[in-house]
Design a protein around this ligand. Sequence first.
Ligand SMILES: [Zn+2]
Length: 335
Amino acid sequence: MSVQRPARVVDGHCHLASSRCIPSEFFAGVADNLARKMTSQGVPADSAKLRRMLQAQYDDHGGDKLIAKMDEAGIAKTVLLAPDFSFVFNAEYSYPDLARQHAQVRQRHPGRFYVFLGVDPRWGKQGHDFFEYAVREYAFEGLKLYPPCGYSPSDEMLFPLYEICRDYGLPVLLHTGPTTPTLDFEHARPWLIDGAARQFPTVNFILAHGGVNFVEEAKLMCHYRPNVYLDFSGFPAAMVPGGWRDHLSGLFKQNILHKIIFGTDWPVFSMKDDLGAMVSGLLEDDGPFKGAPASAVEAVMGGTIESLLPSHSSNPILRRAADAPAEILLRSADS
Ligand SMILES: [Zn+2]
C-alpha cells in the first residue's frame, strides 16, 4: 500500500541558520565532539577551525535560503524556534533582539513561519513581561525552553511564563536529550515535565526530540499525560542500530500517533540530510508510515502542531492586541 502524501506539510521544529542567534560557545561544544570523532578515524581535525567552519554556514539571517529549501521539500509552513542562550553564554543577541529578528524574518516571508520565542526564566519579571509583550506585539505562537541551560522545566520560576501561555492559549516546546557539551545534560529528561504538565493542564507541552532521545520516557509521558506531545526532530541522527527508518516505524506503531509531531531540527543535521530528502524519506511507500491511515499521516506531518497553535481571530486577548496601535504596546513594554 502506498503512503499518500499529506495535503499540507508543516515542519514543527526548525531554526534560523543565523550565527547571530546561536552563541559561539554552543558551536564550540559541537566542534569538540566532531573533532574527537574525526581524529579517531585518522582524520586530523582542529576543534577551533571546525567551530569557525560550522559558524560560517549559519549565514541565513533573513531566512531566504530556508524558504528555498522549504519550497524544494514541499513544506508549506515552518515553526521557527528561538532559544534564549543569553543567560549562560556570551551572546550577540539578547532575547529582545532575537524576537525582533524573528519578527522581521516572518514579515519578510509572509505566511511561511510560526515563531516560538525563548526566554530564560532567570531573567525574572522583565523576561516575563517581554515575553507577553512579544506575544501581543509580534503575535508569536509559543514558548521555547532550553532546560540544559540549567533549570528543570517544572521549576516554579517558570510558572509566570506558563501562566501567560495558559492565558493566550500558547504551547510550550522544551528541548529534551543531550545537547552541546558546553551545557548541562541533567535537566534534559522528558520525565521532568510532569510537575508542570500536571499544574497547567490546559497548556500543551511538546517534548522536542522525544521521538529520538529518552524515547521510553517521552512515549509514556505522551500516553499518560493528555497535554504532553513529542516531536521526532533530529531523526536523521538517531542512535539506533537499524537506522532512523526502522526506529520511526516502531515508534509509529505504538498507538500514540495523535501525539507525534514532525520536525526536522534544520539546520542542525544539514550535513547529514537535506530537507527535501528528510520529507521524501519519511513518506516513502516502504517508509515508517507504511500501513498508517492517511488521516494519521496528515496529523503527524502538520495537522497536530497547527491544532495546538493559538487562533488569533478567535482569541479575544490576541484580537484586542492586534487592533491596538503598535506605539501603545511599545510604550507599555518600555515602562
Ligand atoms: Zn532544535
